[in-house]
Design a protein around this ligand. Structure first.
Ligand code: NI
Length: 201
């Protein structure tokens, strides 16, 4: 009996050691991932960087303006038939869920020819007043697209003058220093998405 108790005690001890070891390993993995995402590393520097565009009030919003807070960035255009409205609605739901904790979300046009800052702002306000619509000169927009590795190309112009833009559709989550964290997943329950963002506040 005494021998059994000793065996039990040492088994418990072994299990405790294994549990502690598992936690240590898990923490090491989390730290390594955090460091891999830290500014200055190759991965982080691939996406994001300087940009300077105008909001609907004519105010310049740049990467510097957003320093100190994490933010979301999405590129699209106001004439987009389906993808952009869907993504904007999802982003809007997450911001609403976050309430007063809400972070800035930028919608940057890839169609500066038609989307003036005012047009973009009017468009995004119909989704959520917290979304900041941005545009600028074709050069300034192209620079922002380059910084975020965005693909955007004008499609064929129809007889009525209308055209579509082919463009990549990624919601970028940037940290408070402007470094890329991840492609933010908005295709999941809104509470889950909001909870993840709150970790970066
Ligand atoms: Ni679109």
């Amino acid at each position: 009996m005494a021998a059994n108790q000793t065996a039990d005690a040492s088994r418990r001890r072994a299990l405790t050691i294994m549990a502690v070891a598992a936690v240590v390993v898990a923490l090491a993995v989390v730290m390594a991932l955090r460091m891999a995402n830290a500014p200055g590393t190759t991965r982080a520097s691939l996406i994001g960087g300087p940009f300077a565009l105008q909001d609907g009030d004519g105010k310049t919003i740049s990467d510097q303006t957003l320093r100190g807070r994490p933010f979301l960035v999405y590129f699209g255009y106001t004439h987009c038939p389906d993808v952009c409205p869907t993504e904007l609605a999802r982003i809007s739901d997450v911001l609403t869920e976050m309430g007063s904790q809400s972070i800035p979300a930028l919608f940057i046009t890839v169609d500066p020819e038609r989307d003036t800052p005012k047009v973009v702002q009017d468009y995004v306000s119909s989704f959520n007043a917290r979304i900041i619509g941005l545009s600028g000169s074709p050069e300034a927009v192209a620079a922002a697209e380059r910084a975020y590795r965005v693909f955007a190309r004008k499609g064929q112009t129809r007889a009525d003058g209308d055209y579509s833009m082919d463009h990549s559709s990624i919601v970028y989550l940037m940290d408070r220093t402007g470094a890329f964290i991840e492609a933010f997943n908005v295709e999941r329950p809104v509470k889950e998405a909001a909870k993840e963002l709150e970790q970066f506040l």
